[in-house]
Design a protein around this ligand. Structure first.
Ligand code: AMP
Ligand code: MG
Length: 316
């Protein structure tokens, strides 16, 4: 696409108006409180914050198409981080519990521009716990989520009032819904249907193997089903988080790469390290902009980001 002077002026006007608005000022206040609350929560739980990785030969293959630029530096090929999944697993060679506010670059296809919940640059609060079964991660998420909603209600009443937003503090444990059963009952858009009906967040579990990436651990007791979980927001806000247990044994990782018809060569450094020994772990990633969008009750994710990167658009 040609970047004309007219387009540049339009983009500059758009950003100038939103950056000087009370809405943006207030949304960023919520944003900063959310990040601070979550970071402090994890610090108190003994987590170590690791710095983000932006470039690596190794990144998440994802389970949906994205446009993936490759950068060649010093004769080596680097990708932009789509998620820090493998770096999280590797960081557990050094630490027991880690988290990162991780910028993710996923050049999503342009049909996602109107979804209201996709950006091509966003931040995940991504965390991983060594030797932790899935329930440990789910319990952590539930405690942190409930704590955050309580905190927002008290500390941000003025800001939420400005947006006319009332949030509900959910009760624990959150409901667990089987992926297969929900799909049978509500069809392929079951997540959207159930999110719209829900008044409290809920989990989707029992996700089929080929619906997700190779690194998610297959349930040793249910062939073809993963030890995964998605957290879904109520009120139609859709997916909040994905997570699960991980494959960590060399042979299992190779088998799973083959099942996805991917190439082991693309993951050779990971496999080399897995052959030396990785630990079992579980964890999850929660999108920060989607979280702020939910808390503020915004229709579109752009309103929760200072410099939103909308798929297909010229952004700053
Ligand atoms: P995933 O592992 O792909 O499920 O990503 C983890 C979380 O990051 C999701 O549950 C969302 O909250 C968030 N996320 C994923 N993709 C995007 C996107 N394109 N824009 C904004 N947030 C996203
Ligand atoms: Mg997901």
């Amino acid at each position: 696409m040609m970047v004309t002077n007219e387009l540049k002026e339009k983009v500059a006007d758009y950003h100038y108006t939103r950056l000087t608005s009370k809405e943006m000022q207030t949304a960023m206040k919520v944003h900063t409180h959310v990040r601070r609350y979550l970071g402090d929560y994890l610090f108190k739980e003994g987590f170590v914050e690791i710095p983000p990785v932006i470039l690596s030969p190794l990144t998440d293959p994802l389970n949906h198409p994205t446009l993936d630029p490759v950068l060649t530096c010093y004769g080596h090929k680097y990708q932009l981080t789509k998620s820090m999944i493998f770096h999280k697993q590797l960081a557990l060679l050094s630490q027991e519990k880690i988290f990162c506010f991780s910028p993710n670059l996923r050049f999503e296809c342009e049909d996602k521009a109107e979804s209201g919940c996709h950006l091509f640059e966003f931040t995940q609060l991504d965390l991983e716990l060594k030797d932790a079964p899935r329930d440990v991660s789910m319990d952590l998420m539930e405690r942190m989520y409930v704590g955050l909603m309580q905190y927002c209600k008290e500390a941000l009443s003025e800001e939420l009032g400005f947006f006319g937003r009332e949030i509900k503090v959910p009760s624990k444990p959150f409901k667990r819904v089987s992926y297969t059963q929900a799909k049978e009952e509500h069809g392929p858009d079951f997540e959207e249907v159930l999110s719209k009906e829900a008044t409290e967040p809920f989990w989707i579990v029992d996700i089929p193997l080929l619906d997700r990436e190779f690194y998610d651990r297959e349930d040793p007791e249910q062939e073809g089903i993963l030890r995964d979980m998605d957290l879904i927001y109520p009120e139609g806000f859709g997916e909040a988080s994905s997570g699960g247990e991980r494959e960590f044994e060399y042979d299992r990782i190779v088998e799973r790469i083959h099942k996805k018809e991917q190439d082991t060569k693309d993951f050779s450094i990971l496999l080399e390290m897995a052959s030396k020994g990785l630990s079992p772990s579980s964890g999850f990633g929660i999108g920060v902009e989607r979280l702020v969008r939910y808390i503020c009750g915004f229709e579109r994710i752009e309103d929760a980001a200072l410099f939103p990167k909308v798929p297909g658009k010229l952004c700053i």
